[in-house]
Write a protein that binds this ligand. Structure first.
Ligand SMILES: *Cc1c(COP(=O)(O)O)cnc(C)c1O
Length: 362
């Protein structure tokens, strides 16, 4: 850990690997022999074409993305995908199934409703989104144009441990806070999207992975920039892509490859999550409201049950160098986001701090 750096548990934008930041710093004034920063480079220049090309190739290699899927580097955040998905995928029945597992799922469904009929197949709102509904093929509308899930629920700290079987209906997943953290079988999905700022780079970049046969029939009136085909046919270069964010994403993908890939990363993430959940399960002060089988490995939510004590903990933790542990403003409590870049040591030290806080405040 470099001097002056804190353990940053922010849900996003979030911690980035130190070596990536150092490399970006080294290359800040002149990238390679270009004599300029990546920020100052034309997106149509040779060195930049190599950067975006390598970013895509690495993502394809690490996530094992088949050739019949397009990888798009877009802007607008995951929230823009809430609209782009229905605008491009409501092609026949104009109906879509949504599983409501939290704030972002709700927002995605509400956005789809502007363009078609939304069927809320299931919701975990009855228990404040502390679990993932278990569904089977019969629960879904076989006539729907797509089914949408939020794979990892960043605010509530739950994640799917199974891929819902929707039969021939394309499955769409918001993977903003789980991408690159564990293996995902891309072939089970029609479309995957993620804002980069959780686990793959800085804010400003959104990655979409879409099966080719789903492209080409947007709703009439869909703006050019919101049509997937526009970006698919132009190698994400229809207009200026978020060039610097894609460059940082490339550095992160190189870091992940050198670490051994997503399988290796998943093992480390499982270890980090286990350290924190094991403590929460034996603590008399802290507990997690999340159902055991649906616990997120990326966002660990917990409470003391006393709002004043929660606030005191967040404050004391920050003073000790563990920052951004406050839960989402809509739910309160605490949340430790332990994305790929959070070292095991950061989680171990946090648990040691929580043990000490418990001894003094139990
Ligand atoms: C953060 C987040 C979003 C919102 O992302 P933006 O890029 O800010 O639009 C959507 N879905 C999930 C699961 C998220 O974690």
């Amino acid at each position: 850990m470099a001097k002056d750096r804190v353990y940053n548990f922010s849900a996003g934008p979030s911690m980035l690997p130190l070596s990536v930041l150092q490399k970006a710093a080294d290359e800040m004034l002149s990238y390679g022999d270009s004599g300029m920063s990546v920020m100052e480079m034309s997106h149509r220049s040779k060195p930049y074409e190599a950067i975006i090309g390598e970013a895509e190739a690495l993502l394809r290699e690490l996530m094992e993305i088949p050739n019949n899927y397009k990888v798009l580097f877009l802007q607008g955040g995951a929230s823009t995908q809430f609209a782009m998905v229905p605008m491009n995928l409501l092609r026949r029945s104009k109906k879509a199934d949504y599983i409501i597992t939290g704030q972002f799922a709700k927002k995605a469904a509400a956005e789809c409703e502007k363009f078609g009929t939304v069927n809320r197949v299931a919701s975990s709102a009855d228990k404040t989104f502390s679990y993932i509904p278990k569904l089977s093929r019969a629960d879904f509308d076989s006539d729907a144009d797509f089914c949408h899930i939020t794979y990892n629920n960043t605010i509530f700290g739950t994640r799917y441990t199974y891929v819902p079987d929707t039969g021939n209906v394309p499955l769409v997943a918001d993977i903003s806070s789980i991408i690159l953290s564990e293996k995902i079988d891309v072939t089970k999905f029609g479309l995957l999207y993620a804002g980069a700022q959780k686990n793959m780079g800085p804010a400003g970049l959104t990655v979409v992975i879409v099966r080719e046969d789903l492209l080409g029939e947007p709703l009439p009136g869909t703006p050019t920039m919101l049509t997937y085909t526009t970006h698919a046919e132009n190698g994400s270069m229809y207009n200026t892509p978020p060039t610097y964010a894609i460059y940082i994403c490339k550095l992160i993908l190189e870091w992940l490859r050198d670490l051994g890939g997503i399988g290796e990363m998943e093992k480390i993430n499982a270890k980090k999550a286990a350290i924190l959940y094991d403590f929460l399960d034996r603590s008399k002060l802290f507990k997690t409201p999340v159902a055991k089988e649906d616990r997120s490995m990326m966002n660990v939510t917990f409470v003391t049950g006393d709002a004043d004590k929660d606030a005191a903990f967040v404050q004391a933790a920050a003073a000790a160098g563990f920052v951004n542990l406050k839960g989402h403003r809509s739910v309160g409590g605490m949340r430790a986001s332990i994305y790929n870049a959070m070292p095991i040591e950061g989680v171990e030290k946090l648990v040691a701090f929580m043990e000490e806080f418990e001894r003094n405040n139990g």
